[in-house]
Design a protein. Structure first.
Length: 726
């Protein structure tokens, strides 16, 4: 059985697959676009008709409301007053061609502009119900000669106010809402034109009441096609509420069909041109462009099926070889592609799994080389294993022989090894739990290293221990303060008793002096000569100072959790400064008493609601850090100075603590509020002071805490506290 030529088959399929479907798709597209465009215009016209109906009703009601304002004027107003009011209305509202006030007999009482004394318009009021307006059909105004409709409302004395509404103004008002390709027609209940694109038809009082679309206005629910003067239009009609007028909004019928027809013609033309050009080009180039590549693909797929990927290409002619291409493609190439795809998917999935783990993973082969690792491992060993899969384990952990030995033991003895809180390399601050376990499988040798970063957990445990230690110290301080208070009270009471025993104002002292054979005057002279009153005052002053110190220690050691109240910020600052003056460290060789304190307090600072002990803790940390920095690293100027400022803001208060010390570097300033970060030695600080202070201000009190400093020019810490209502 002879086979058809590939060219003949191609021509037939070209017609079946491109030309016929293209024509059918074009016709379907044209129909869909035409229907959609028609529905779109229908919705637009219906919405526009409803909107214009409301606008025309608003236009009539607006004119009526203006006339009602005049209708309620008192009856005893003179005629000149009515003329003045009507003239203002006529000048202010352009829709009024003329405004007239009639008495009971129909005589003109006032008008704007002024006209005859008798009515010259076609409106009769004897049959109209009292209290309702009258709206006439369009007519020519005898005053101005323009087309108008008459609007009349009754007044309480029995007369009427009549207004001529200018139809030209009404037409401009309506057409200001529509585009140029829309037609708007407005008639009265009898079909007399009120608004029409051709104003001459309105001027000649043309009646179009016999148009079918206007006659069927009660039955009309959707827009429809209609003919007018031999032209096809698409429109929608509606009634104006409270007037009986009819509104028709339409557009030329060509707007419905023109886009679809234009699109269909253009698409059909392009399809035909494309088909002709494609046929001509393929007929010339078919053998050279199709047959030769097919044979080349067959040969290459055969090579791929054998596991060979040739680089050369052949161009032998022939068509029957397509059978070989299909067989080879189905049996060999598909399998190769599927296997390669599955392998890539498996590798990508496995790599994504290990890259998503928070632990660092590395596979180590028998030669102690890193042959596979995940994203976390590359982050830990920056630059050491990226792009290099032949890195020795000894190179990664060169300074930690215990880790290298654990890897070797796990590989040789096939047992897992676990090491906790190990650090290595340049980053000695980071701690890791390291687990080394051998790979399980008959054809798999080597071990896996898993590293978990436990730095934060370890630091948190240290912070908890430090917190417990500080709580214990606070309890000891409170106990000592209570114990000191008792003898201190005795000392102060003794000093007061001495003052009373030496006082010449107490009669018992005078009697005791006489019994002893001396006078109070001689005793007072002796005491002054020996400066005994000054000594007693010194005892009292020292006792009060010690009492203040004990009181501050008690306040500072109290738990601050949930203990809030209304406090004076200046008092808290002064108490913290007084407490800081007692902080002298002989080893560190600094004394707060040598620091100059400059207070710049805002006199209008309001009281705030906060935890007194927590704010004292923050201030004490800032004062202590400033004093230590200036003592250890020097200061600018003649004396070490701390400036303490307060100021009122819109929503809170701000406290600034500034020193003239060595300042803070840019790197340290970025990390100054991090837990455990400190520039001091491990014996001088834990790195928790500013971190805890930041937590107290931002979390416990909802404020802000910032630092502004440059190396060598001092440091300024500013925190804000919100003003809360009691």
């Amino acid at each position: 059985m002879s086979k058809k030529s590939l060219v003949a088959i191609f021509h037939i399929k070209l017609v079946q697959w491109i030309l016929i479907p293209g024509i059918l798709v074009t016709l379907g597209t044209v129909c869909i676009i035409g229907v959609n465009h028609k529905n779109s215009i229908q919705n637009e016209i219906e919405q526009l008709s409803k909107s214009l109906s409301q606008n025309v009703d608003f236009y009539i009601n607006g004119a009526e409301e203006i006339l009602k304002v005049v209708a309620v004027l008192p009856e005893d107003i003179d005629q000149e007053k009515f003329h003045s009011v009507f003239n203002k209305l006529h000048e202010e509202f352009n829709q009024f061609e003329r405004i007239i006030l009639l008495d009971k007999k129909g005589n003109i009482v006032a008008s704007a502009p002024e006209c005859l004394t008798t009515a010259d318009f076609p409106i009769h009021f004897d049959r109209q119900a009292h209290g309702k307006h009258v709206l006439s059909s369009p007519a020519i105004s005898p005053h101005s000669g323009t087309m108008v409709v008459y609007l009349s409302i009754p007044v309480k004395n029995g007369g009427h106010i009549v207004a001529e509404l200018n139809l030209d103004y009404l037409q401009d008002f309506i057409y200001s809402f529509v585009s140029k390709d829309r037609v708007v027609i407005l008639t009265d209940s009898y079909g007399n034109l009120i608004v029409h694109p051709d104003k001459e038809l309105v001027a000649t009082q043309t009646n179009i009441g016999d148009m079918k679309i206007l006659r069927d206005i009660e039955k009309s629910r959707y827009a429809k096609f209609y003919k007018s003067d031999g032209k096809l239009f698409f429109g929608y009609s509606a009634k104006i509420p409270n007037t009986g007028w009819k509104l028709l909004v339409a557009c030329p019928g060509t707007l419905i069909f023109k886009p679809a027809i234009s699109l269909g013609m253009a698409t059909g033309f392009l399809i035909i041109c494309f088909f002709v050009l494609l046929t001509i080009g393929l007929k010339r180039e078919f053998r050279a462009r199709i047959i030769a590549p097919i044979m080349s693909y067959v040969n290459r797929l055969s090579a791929v099926a054998d596991g060979i990927y040739p680089a050369s290409n052949t161009n032998d002619a022939g068509f029957k070889e397509l059978e070989y291409m299909g067989n080879v493609f189905d049996s060999m190439s598909q399998k190769v592609m599927e296997r390669e795809h599955d392998l890539k998917v498996s590798r990508a999935y496995f790599q994504n799994v290990i890259d998503s783990m928070p632990s660092a993973l590395m596979r180590i082969d028998e030669q102690m080389l890193v042959c596979q690792y995940n994203k976390k491992a590359s982050e830990i060993f920056k630059g050491k294993i990226e792009g290099n899969s032949q890195v020795k384990v000894a190179h990664l952990f060169s300074e930690e022989q215990t880790i290298i030995d654990a890897v070797r033991e796990a590989r040789e003895f096939n047992i897992p090894r676990i090491m906790e809180r190990k650090s290595f390399g340049d980053d000695m601050l980071s701690l890791y739990d390291i687990t080394v376990y051998p790979l399980q499988g008959a054809d798999i040798d080597g071990v896996v290293i898993r590293m978990d970063d436990v730095t934060a957990r370890s630091r948190m445990e240290e912070m908890m221990v430090q917190t417990e230690k500080m709580m214990s110290v606070g309890g000891l301080a409170a106990g000592m303060a209570h114990e000191i208070n008792n003898p201190l009270g005795g000392i102060l009471q003794g000093a007061q008793n001495l003052e009373r025993r030496f006082s010449s104002d107490i009669k018992a002292n005078i009697r005791a002096a006489k019994v002893s054979g001396c006078t109070m005057e001689n005793l007072q002279s002796y005491l002054k000569e020996r400066r005994i009153p000054g000594i007693i005052d010194g005892i009292k002053e020292a006792g009060m100072r010690a009492s203040s110190i004990v009181s501050n220690m008690l306040e500072f050691s109290k738990p601050g959790r949930d203990v809030t109240g209304t406090v004076n910020l200046a008092d808290i600052i002064n108490n913290s400064l007084e407490l800081a003056t007692k902080d002298y460290d002989l080893k560190k060789k600094y004394d707060f008493l040598h620091v100059k304190i400059v207070r710049e307090f805002d006199p209008d600072l309001p009281q705030i609601i906060c935890s007194r002990t927590e704010i004292e803790q923050v201030l004490f940390n800032l004062f202590k850090n400033a004093a230590q920095a200036m003592s250890e690293h020097g200061y600018q100027g003649d004396d070490p100075t701390i400036y303490v400022r307060t100021r009122k803001m819109k929503t809170g208060v701000a406290v600034e603590v500034e020193d003239n010390g060595p300042g803070i570097s840019q790197e340290a300033r970025r990390r100054v509020f991090e837990p455990f970060y400190t520039t001091k030695s491990t014996e001088s600080g834990t790195g928790l002071g500013l971190s805890v202070s930041y937590f107290i201000i931002t979390q416990n009190h909802g404020g802000t805490f910032i630092v502004d400093s440059k190396k060598g020019v001092g440091a300024k810490f500013t925190f804000t506290l919100p003003i809360k209502n009691s």
